[in-house]
Write a protein that binds this ligand. Structure first.
Ligand code: CP
Length: 329
């Protein structure tokens, strides 16, 4: 079966195709058209880790294409709590459902699961590994925002900041960006949470200009995109948890940073969730209401992109176009 486990499996043409299909899914995502193409199909949504956006938007995307969803969350829903292996769980599930979205705390676990199944598997996040559907919706967001602003990805300047070590969304995103024409990518992270060097090497080898900075206290007046991420404390070792006292204001994306260092068309993205607890300052709420804050346009874009992923993996792109009907509610 075709799977979506890593951005590594996608060519530039395939990514461009997914962007085009997502665009064609917009009337369904915006509730202007309906289709029942996936009537009778069942999605297994297996989330062994917490999720709001990925779990619910994959669920909604499958339902809006006419399918049904078995939605599960936590370890206790499955007999893995009784010691059943990923292999056995995978063999069993592929007899019950037609596609699977899986999130799991261990890197590589979704690929291990997919190797034993007969149905398409989508990686909804494997520990600090990858989150390919998030990166695809992020790229789709950048594409839409740039079209609105009359900008192009060629030569664009993007800042990736926050937890670049454990943030799986940035691991997938930087690989995806590397497929495109040369751009400038600046990386800023608290000490110890830097982007893995093999990913920097990959992007550099493809002709992109990558710079690592120690804080946000720099001139970013030519910046097109800020992509900030939450500190993934749940992935810290005990030693790191003890030594980490929260990130300093040097890494906070807020109104003061945007007003003093960026420009009127710099868009602000975040895969979310942002941490709203005291001491967390990955993305300040003082930017709520600023039109440059694209985070909720970004979450909305999850639906058409995830529909596009189902449409291509299940090979129903053309059928959807023919089946589109007016909304009756
Ligand atoms: N962006 C993202 O993966 O969000 P969730 O953890 O809520 O799915």
């Amino acid at each position: 079966s075709p799977h979506l486990l890593s951005v590594d499996s996608l060519s530039r043409d395939q990514v461009d195709h997914l962007l085009r299909v997502a665009s064609r899914m917009e009337p369904i995502a915006q509730r202007r058209k309906i289709t029942r193409v996936l009537e009778g199909a069942v999605l297994g949504n297996l989330f062994f880790e917490a999720s709001t956006r990925t779990r619910v938007s994959f669920n909604a995307a499958f339902c809006r294409l006419g399918g049904s969803v078995c939605d599960t969350t936590g370890f206790t829903f499955s007999s893995m709590a009784k010691g059943e292996s990923l292999y056995d769980t995978s063999r069993v599930m592929s007899g019950y459902v037609d596609a699977i979205v899986m999130r799991h705390p261990e890197q590589g676990s979704v690929a291990e699961f997919a190797a034993a199944t007969h149905v398409p598997v989508i990686n909804g996040g494997d520990g600090p590994g990858e989150h390919p559907s998030q990166a695809l919706l992020d790229l789709y967001t950048i594409d839409k925002e740039f079209a609105r602003l009359g900008k192009s990805l060629v030569g664009a300047h993007l800042l990736l900041t926050g937890d670049l070590k454990y943030g799986r969304t940035v691991h997938s995103l930087i690989k995806l960006l590397s497929l495109y024409d040369p751009m400038r990518i600046t990386l800023v992270s608290p000490p110890g949470l830097e982007m893995p060097s093999h990913l920097i090497d990959l992007v550099t080898s493809r002709g992109h200009r990558v710079e690592q900075r120690e804080s946000l206290a720099n001139d970013f007046s030519d910046l097109d995109v800020i992509y900030t991420t939450r500190i993934q404390k749940e992935r810290f070792t005990d030693e790191m948890s003890e030594s980490f006292n929260g990130i300093s204001q040097d890494f906070s994306v807020n109104r003061a940073f945007l007003e003093s260092r960026c420009n009127a068309t710099t868009i602000v993205m975040h895969p979310l969730p942002r941490d709203s607890r005291p001491g967390a300052n990955d993305l300040d709420v003082d930017l709520n209401g600023d039109p440059r804050l694209a985070i909720f346009r970004q979450t909305d874009n999850g639906i058409p992109m995830r529909m596009a992923i189902f449409a291509t993996l299940l090979k129903v792109e053309e059928l959807i176009e023919k089946d589109l009907r007016e909304v009756r509610w």
